[in-house]
Every structure is written in C-alpha cells, then in structure tokens.
Design a protein around this ligand. Structure first.
Ligand SMILES: Cc1ncc(COP(=O)(O)O)c(C=O)c1O
Length: 390
C-alpha cells in the first residue's frame, strides 16, 4: 500500500477473495464479514448471479453516452420504482451514495425554489459537496436533545429553528436509522412532527436510504418504518452490491416538473448499462430469495441474542437495531477494555465487526444472505471473549 493515500484508518490485511459473507486473505484465512464491505454487499460477496450478469453485460456494452437511451436502464428503473411504490415515478442512476444525496438535495431546491435544508444533527449525508460539508444552508434539529425529551410539540421551540420560518425550508433530508453509522433510529413522534410541519409549508421530504435501503432494516427502506411517503429517495450501497451504482427515485410530479424546467445534469456515468444491469439483478435476487423478510427474522434473533449478552455483562450499555443494521454500545472505554480490543480479538478469531471507537460502539451489518450458523459462531466467540474481559 506504499502508493495508496492514507486518508482514514486502515487494517493491514491482504484480502484477496470473497464468497457470500466470507472474505479470505492471501494465506487463505477465512473471515466472516459482518460489515458487508462497507455496508454494501447485501446479496453477498462474489454473488454468482451478479457475476454472471456482469459478464453478460460487459460482453454487450458497459457504458453509453448519456444522449443514448438504453433498455437496461429502463428495466432497472421500472423495478427500482416498484420497490419504492412509485410505479409512475422517475429515476436516474448515478455512481455513489454521495452523488445521489447531492442530486436529491439539488432537485428539491430547484423544485421548491428554496435554499434552506433541514436535517437531524449528526446525519451522514455524503463525503463531499453540500451533502458532505453542510456549508451555509443547513439547519440541524438537535436529535440528542429530542431523544431525551418526551415533548412532541416542541419543534417551534427548537433553538436552531427559532429564527427560521418553515416556509423557507426546501426539504427535510431524513436519514432513517444510521446517523453516521451509530445506528440510531429517530423517534416516530419527532418524524411525524417534522414531516407534517414541512409538508404543511409545501416543503419536500428527501429520504437518504443509502445505508438503510435494500432490506437492511428488515423492510425495503428505512422510511417504511415511519409510514411516510418521501418525495425524493436517494439509494446507494446495496443497490450495486459493491459495484458503484446509486440512484435517485422521485415522485412523478417532481420528475415532470424537472423535465419541464431547464434543469440539466450531465455526468459521464449516468444510467450506464452495466450499473443498471447489476441493480436490476440485485432487486431480483432480494425478491426471489425473500431477503427483506430474512433480514427482519435474522435481525430479530440477532438483536435478542445481543440483549441476552447485555443482561449478563454490565459494561454493555445499549443494543439497538432493526433488521440487519445492529449496534452494541459499551460503557465508557478504558485502556484495559474498549471496542478496538474487541475488534482486534474478533479479527484474530476470524470475524470482521464494525467499530466506532469515538462512540464506544460495535456494529453489525452483514449480508442479508449470511448463514445463521455464522451468526451463532460469532456469538460463541464474542461471548467467550467478553466472559474473559468481565
Ligand atoms: C447514510 C449515508 N448517506 C450517504 C453516504 C455516502 O455514500 P457513498 O459513500 O456511496 O458516497 C453514506 C456512506 O456511508 C451513508 O452511510
């Protein structure tokens, strides 16, 4: 890795091969991947159906100039819109989650003619652009305060909102259950309140489903848990199962309005047949193998199991999860015991678990195709280690 720029923490492990929820290093040591890469491989690494589709498509055509229509994109759009229950909607295929969120925000501003965006504090909306930097035109609702507060009519008292009229808000950009990887699910009452206020002032709802979409939460999308119908939905990660394709789906009236306007978006990799073929196949696999339901059922047992650990070990502070997006938070770490120690020990034992040392958090987002026996085996190892540490 001499010539790879180091711009985040790295673990020195040469992974050379993957298969479903397994990764293998150059010495053929096997790891069970509880992070799905970085929350992407919903139908597993090296999925044979996806590989077959990729081979078929690259033998036809991978990329086209954006002026040319292609039926692969059209097919993928039809199936994607079915997953968001917007059969008459419109969608565009892009490259990354960041680009999808950025695009969703841009069109929300264009359609409403407003500039201000509302979100919950500590949302992760992307790595760059106005989604990443949040410069200037964002208002954040302090979710930590809201999580403690039982009041439901307090939005008007929110410190950050007190000098703003709801009429200025273009959209509420809602990340339903990741919160920068901390796996925090905003309370229903708060979301109802915000959504009603924003809608009553003719603002839009943009759901950022980059992490919570594609069955991850035990429903197709994270917003499905809240009974809302967003106007614009940004989708990424699981859509490409590790291949960089993302999408923005929108209600029909928004698409029509954009097409009527002078809006132009021109990017080299837009509706590329290869990405679209992959996306379409991922959707088919999730449907045919009933993976959304599997995520819900496996996730419930997983969360139950972690709950049992919490009852036994006083240093486990909280267990949170929906479907197969799950977190375990420990009490304040110290030098003798912290999440990095757990991470390193589990890695030695052949399990890749997500870790956020700043939040004292372990995270589990395995492929929706993971075998239950691998979950059991991870628990046996985690249990044995925690027992020793207690
Ligand atoms: C909720 C959320 N939104 C947006 C992004 C950005 O997606 P990408 O890394 O594909 O650009 C991420 C990435 O982790 C994410 O978790």
């Amino acid at each position: 890795m001499k010539h790879i720029l180091k711009c985040h923490e790295m673990v020195k492990h040469d992974i050379v091969r993957g298969e479903n929820c397994y990764l293998y290093d150059k010495n053929n040591k096997r790891y069970v991947d509880f992070e799905s890469g970085i929350w992407c491989t919903v139908v597993g690494h090296n999925n044979p159906r996806i590989n077959k589709k990729i081979t078929e498509q690259i033998n036809k055509v991978m990329h086209l100039g954006y002026r040319f229509t292609n039926y692969v994109a059209d097919e993928a759009a039809t199936s994607l819109l079915e997953t968001v229950s917007e059969k008459d909607g419109k969608c565009i295929f892009l490259c990354s989650g960041t680009e999808a969120v950025e695009f969703g925000i841009t069109i929300a501003k264009l359609v409403t003619g407003r500039n201000l965006l509302l979100t919950l504090s500590d949302s992760y909306l992307g790595a760059y652009g106005s989604a990443g930097m949040k410069y200037g035109n964002w208002i954040e609702i302090d979710l930590d305060r809201c999580l403690k507060c039982q009041e439901t009519q307090c939005l008007r008292d929110c410190e950050n909102l007190k000098d703003t009229s709801m009429d200025e808000i273009a959209a509420f950009v809602f990340e339903p259950g990741s919160r920068s990887g901390k796996v925090i699910f905003p309370p229903q009452k708060l979301i109802d309140l915000i959504v009603n206020e924003v809608r009553n002032s003719n603002g839009l709802i943009v759901a950022n489903e980059v992490t919570t979409g594609f069955g991850r939460t035990g429903k197709w999308y994270g917003y499905n848990h809240y009974g809302i119908r967003p106007d614009i939905i940004a989708i990424g990660k699981g859509l490409g199962n590790g291949y960089p394709v993302s999408a923005v789906a929108m209600k029909n009236d928004i698409g029509k309005e954009l097409e009527k306007s002078k809006f132009r978006y021109v990017q080299s990799h837009q509706n590329d047949p290869l990405g679209c073929a992959i996306a379409n196949e991922v959707i088919k696999i999730i449907r045919e193998d009933d993976l959304v339901d599997r995520s819900h059922k496996l996730g419930s047992r997983f969360i139950g199991h972690l709950g049992e650990l919490k009852n036994r070990f006083s240093f486990i502070k909280e267990v949170r999860g929906r479907g197969l997006i799950i977190a375990l938070e420990i009490e304040k770490s110290n030098d003798r015991f912290n999440v990095e120690l757990i991470f390193n020990e589990m890695l030695k034992r052949g399990f890749i678990i997500g870790v956020d040392p700043r939040a004292d958090l372990m995270r589990f987002l395995p492929a929706l195709t993971i075998e239950e026996s691998e979950i059991e085996s991870m628990f046996e190892n985690l249990d044995a280690f925690l027992e020793k540490a207690d």
